[in-house]
Design a protein around this ligand. Structure first.
Ligand SMILES: [Zn+2]
Length: 237
């Protein structure tokens, strides 16, 4: 597949979000030569039910897991912001911090969460942090990242305005764009296994992922194919 873009930034709330939400797509793009950068807004410091775990130790563990998963998929840059897990808000501060990294890395496409998803697939409550990061990221992309009078302190840091062309929204109930990830399903599973603190039963997770074939596949006996769906938003033509 020819990709009309070279730089992608994945802006999400937690370590493991990129791989769970769109790991196959990231692997595919990276292997097609796209330079992918992760911007992870928290270090996932609340994601444990072990009473002996501390937020500091968990954050350290999850940063290392995220780097391992990113390398597995072919992602070279992982940037962490220092917001607390479970407390992300679509604040001006978060918007500015996202604008800063968008202007620094200058992606043509940003992948983030659909902020309108209150219930994932209509039944699962969507994490508040996923909604908050989607809101903050879209508000950062339009119009703040592209206009010099927004956050003038960033200009003083040498970060010129940058217009992103498109956003691909994951965790969406309204997918309109599908990426065929059939050849990358093994890499997605390998990357998810890197998040050992979040995947207590990797065999069950793998079985579920392999059962979750492309929902558009009509013939039940056809060879299995996989796809990840996104809601595509055009920001600049
Ligand atoms: Zn998450």
């Amino acid at each position: 597949m020819y990709n009309p873009f070279n730089q992608v930034m994945v802006i999400v709330a937690h370590p493991d979000d990129p791989e769970f939400f769109c790991g196959g797509t990231i692997a595919r793009w990276a292997h097609e030569g796209v330079d992918v950068t992760y911007l992870i807004c928290t270090r996932g410091d609340k994601g444990s039910n072990d009473p002996a775990m501390t937020p500091g130790r968990l954050a350290e563990l999850r940063v290392a897991e995220q780097w391992a998963a990113a390398r597995t998929l072919g992602v070279r840059q992982v940037v962490f912001l220092d917001y607390k897990d479970g407390e992300l808000q679509p604040s001006l501060e978060l918007r500015r911090d996202i604008v800063r990294e968008v202007r620094r890395y200058r992606p043509e496409v940003v992948v983030t969460c659909d902020p309108t998803t209150r219930f994932s697939r209509g039944i699962y409550p969507n994490h508040a942090d996923h909604r908050a990061v989607g809101d903050a990221a879209l508000d950062a992309l339009f119009p703040a990242a592209g206009l010099p009078l927004y956050f003038p302190e960033l200009l003083a840091e040498g970060l010129e305005p940058h217009c992103v062309a498109e956003a691909y929204l994951c965790v969406t109930n309204e997918p309109d764009t599908w990426v065929d990830t059939t050849d990358y399903i093994d890499l997605k599973i390998a990357a998810l296994r890197c998040h050992a603190s979040q995947v207590p039963d990797p065999a069950t997770l793998e079985r579920r992922i392999r059962e979750n074939v492309d929902p558009r596949q009509a013939a039940p006996n056809a060879p299995r194919c996989y796809a990840e769906g996104f809601r595509r938003i055009i920001i600049r033509r």
